[in-house]
Design a binder for this molecule. Structure first.
Ligand code: MN
Length: 200
């Protein structure tokens, strides 16, 4: 049995980048739906005993779609931090990039954090239909940006997933309508680089 993760912040905490209304639907309806579906689908099957990543690597069809979406969303929601102190008026971002091995590798490969961010957003904007844009690490520590369609996750390509933006319309339509690029660009304000560094 898989459980719906608890958000590590309040539903208002990511405003104005992500509204409370979007977060309530995205976490409480969409992600909950995937969790409920997967639990029904795997009851009485060998998948019942497997960790989520293993299910994603070994399944296909509806099991893959629901398990992939749980893995994707868990990593997505857990990589964000409040855009402003709780109870304070909405203010500019407080989360600066952390200088660590990941940031060094990003600068080595892209020249600057801004150049990396620009390519990452472009790949998200350029992904046709629903899916996810990911930063992942190869076994040798080098980094790669991939576009994953639907429910897929870089673990199926033997990559270590580090950071992701959800480009399904349910992630941004209430707040940004068709302006996917504006939404993706705004997400940098709430990325918790400590978490992302920790995954590297
Ligand atoms: Mn989503």
């Amino acid at each position: 049995m898989f459980n719906l993760i608890q958000l590590p912040y309040s539903v208002e905490a990511l405003e104005p980048v992500i509204s409370a209304r979007t977060l309530e639907f995205h976490h409480g309806k969409h992600l909950k739906g995937y969790v409920d579906n997967l639990n029904k689908l795997i009851t009485g099957t060998p998948f019942e005993e497997m960790p989520l990543e293993e299910i994603v690597r070994k399944s296909d069809g509806a099991v893959f779609n629901n398990a992939g979406q749980i893995l994707n969303h868990n990593m997505y929601f857990e990589q964000f931090a409040p855009s402003h102190p709780v109870g304070e008026p909405v203010e500019p971002p407080v989360h600066e990039p952390v200088e660590g091995p990941l940031m060094l590798q990003i600068k080595k490969q892209w020249g600057s954090l801004e150049a990396f961010q620009s390519e990452f957003v472009a790949k998200g904007v350029g992904l046709f239909g629903s899916g996810w844009v990911w930063l992942s690490a190869k076994e040798d520590g080098s980094l790669v940006i991939t576009q994953e369609p639907g429910a897929s996750n870089p673990v199926v390509k033997v990559l270590k997933p580090l950071l992701t933006f959800d480009v399904w319309e349910h992630a941004y339509y209430l707040d940004y309508q068709n302006r996917r690029a504006d939404h993706l660009s705004a997400l940098w304000k709430i990325v918790n680089w400590e978490i992302v560094e920790g995954r590297y």
